[in-house]
Write a protein that binds this ligand. Structure first.
Ligand code: NAP
Length: 306
């Protein structure tokens, strides 16, 4: 595949950055891919496992001369990093990010970037509950969506180039505005994570009463909540703080629906419950038909591997 950028700088070397590195290497998509991470420990691990052609000890060394800079850090620190690197950005470079929230990141990062630099925020809808430099893999973005949020007036050529990079890393790409993005992911990702965190917290309180039963019998759906609730605490703290309005809007609606189901149970209204569950089952079918998940029983987990 054609090389798209001469020098890509990955800032932050966790799950998403390391997956981008391996995906770019798989496709031969960049001349060189360099990196910077905050801690000496992460930089050392990256060097040991061959993550990045060159790992730098400072942000400015990594950013210098890059024609694509990708911010792969928690959303709460993107503004500070943008401010620190602004002076060394190459004219004509593209700055992008992979943050899970867009309006807040744009407000934090945009004002620091000099004229002549393209800013094209992005969000790959792909991840796992693991984090850190060793957690990435080349296939993470295969057949997943990556949402691009270019500001009005962004050079279409720069956007098209970034779109091609994501497509070449295996993703399907869609463009949308920041507010719409933040509402969509509040429904599909942020509120579900908060619900999983809550459910695991409630079960943990119960465990004090029932000993280890919560873990022992966790196959009945609860196990999937524990997987989601194992996600990185810093990343998710920042997501909720920076996507506050959309998350609160969805949680408000969720609470209303929950109360309606609670009332149906109390009143023995089986028709209401049945109609509701029929509607939700159809949604699952739609996800499978769209190729966004497997139809295999129990998500294709091997029998016996609970
Ligand atoms: P991660 O594995 O936890 O890695 C985060 C990286 O950011 C680490 O290299 C860390 O450096 C660095 N970092 C943390 N705080 C920093 C600070 N204050 N200053 C400078 N660097 C800092 O995270 P990730 O899962 O790759 O997530 C990165 C971004 O992608 C986040 O914005 C997240 O919202 C977004 N995202 C995540 C997922 C997902 O499922 N995980 C999916 C889509 C998008 P050290 O290792 O040195 O601490």
């Amino acid at each position: 595949m054609a090389q798209m950028y001469d020098r890509v700088a990955l800032i932050g070397l966790g799950l998403i950055a390391s997956s981008m590195f391996w995906a770019m290497k798989r496709g031969g998509l960049a001349g060189e891919v360099v990196g910077f991470a905050r801690s000496a420990e992460t930089r050392e691990t990256a060097r040991e496992i061959g993550l990045c052609d060159q790992v730098y000890d400072t942000l400015s060394e990594a950013v210098e001369g890059a024609d694509l800079v990708v911010l792969c850090v928690p959303v709460g620190v993107m503004g500070a990093i943008a401010s620190e690197m602004a002076g060394v950005l190459k004219s004509g470079a593209t700055v992008t990010d992979v943050g899970s929230v867009k309006a807040d990141v744009i407000a934090q990062v945009g004002p620091h970037l000099p004229k002549g630099v393209h800013f094209i925020p992005a969000h790959p809808l792909a991840g796992t509950e693991h984090s850190g430099p060793k957690s990435g893999f080349a296939e993470l973005f295969d057949n997943r969506w990556c949402l691009l949020v270019p500001a009005e007036g962004t050079d279409p050529k720069a956007t098209a180039k970034l779109r091609t990079l994501w497509e070449s890393m295996g993703a399907n790409v869609e463009e949308m505005d920041a507010e719409h993005h933040d509402l969509v992911v509040a429904v599909t990702s942020h509120a579900p994570h908060l619900i999983a965190y809550t459910m695991v917290g409630v079960a943990d309180d119960l465990r004090r009463v029932t000993d280890s039963e919560v873990i022992k019998y966790s196959a009945g759906g609860f196990r999937d909540f524990t997987r989601i609730a194992a996600s990185d605490p810093t990343m998710w703290r920042d997501v909720f703080l920076s996507n506050k309005d959309a998350t609160l809007e969805i949680l408000g609606r969720f609470t209303e629906e929950l109360f309606a189901l609670q009332r149906a149970i109390r009143q023995g209204d089986g028709d209401h419950l049945h109609a509701y569950f029929t509607r939700t089952r159809a949604i699952r079918r739609g996800i499978i038909e769209a190729g966004q998940d497997t139809d295999a029983p129990n998500f294709g987990r091997a029998v016996g591997k609970k």
